[in-house]
Design a binder for this molecule. Structure first.
Ligand code: MN
Ligand code: MN
Length: 290
């Protein structure tokens, strides 16, 4: 894997989060009325963010990445402690499932949430990137096990697992040089074949995607596979509204891994919060050594 693509994946995650957060929970119609096409890192949104500021999608990924670097591997209890520390530091936003299950971990000391088909939100899938980097080159079964270990701290659910594992294997394949067409046929279509909830072709365009992980990936895959560069992909996905910071983050991670650093618009890179940018670059370098 090239350091260029690893950095681009991490910066793409953060940029997608920062871009999408402005229009999170808006409908495409509301976005069009207010911005025409939303295509700049201007902050604002329901969280009243500064331009280039990121939300939980990026900061949870960074917290997870720190725990992996400290342990030398993906470890459920260390991840749970890192997320708990992250929650205590009063993040700008936090998902309901994440909060509920982190409070449960605090009470029980068990870093695995009880199984629930209702915990099918995108909160575990949005933060998978450090797992993809840390387990690059490992046998597929270990990669999948690491995915579930981090995910189950807050989301213990078959659909969330399927999404997390698919995204991690996709990112790793992209970082290894696979084409978008390879990713489509090796990962995205097989996911939809196993779990029809994720079907994204020959279905309606996902508009106003919710935090349900199948809605989220449907929007991400439609934007990612139907555009040809980083900028178009991110603009397409966040202008669908809904959980736009999270679709933006996941799409940004995939697009960064495929298109590389030079495809990321300079204006977006420059506006991304400087501390966030440094943290992403540091983890990309440290975790991406393989
Ligand atoms: Mn968020
Ligand atoms: Mn979100």
């Amino acid at each position: 894997m090239t350091t260029d693509r690893v950095r681009a994946a991490y910066l793409g995650l953060a940029i997608g989060d920062a871009l999408g957060s402005t229009v999170e929970f808006m409908t495409p119609r509301e976005i069009a009325a207010q911005y025409g096409v939303h295509d700049q890192l201007i902050g604002g949104g329901w969280l009243h963010l500064r331009p280039g500021q990121v939300t939980d999608d990026t900061t949870m990924a960074l917290a997870l990445g720190e725990s992996i670097l400290k342990q030398g591997r993906v470890e459920a209890l260390a991840a749970a402690q890192a997320f708990d520390g992250w929650m205590r530091a009063k993040p700008v936003d936090i998902g309901n499932t994440v909060r509920r299950n982190l409070l449960q971990v605090r009470r029980t000391g068990n870093p695995e949430a009880p199984y629930s088909d209702h915990d099918a939100g995108n909160g575990a899938a949005m933060r998978v990137l450090p797992v993809a980097l840390a387990t690059f080159g490992q046998p597929e079964a270990s990669v999948r096990a690491a995915c579930r270990a981090q995910a189950h701290v807050t989301h213990h659910c078959a659909l969330s697992d399927a999404a997390c594992e698919c995204l991690v294997l996709m990112v790793q394949d992209a970082l290894g040089g696979a084409s978008k067409n390879d990713l489509l046929h090796r990962h995205a279509h097989p996911l939809a074949a196993r779990h029809p909830e994720f079907k994204f072709r020959a279905v309606r365009q996902q508009s106003n995607p919710s935090g349900y992980v199948a809605d989220t990936l449907q929007a991400v895959f439609q934007s990612f596979f139907d555009t040809d560069d980083f900028r178009d992909c991110l603009i397409d996905v966040v202008n669908r509204g809904g959980d736009a910071d999270t679709t933006g983050a996941i799409a940004g991670m995939l697009a960064g891994a495929v298109y590389g650093l030079e495809a990321i618009p300079e204006a977006w890179l420059k506006t991304l919060n400087a501390d966030t940018r440094r943290a992403c670059e540091r983890q990309a370098a440290a975790l991406g050594q393989g």
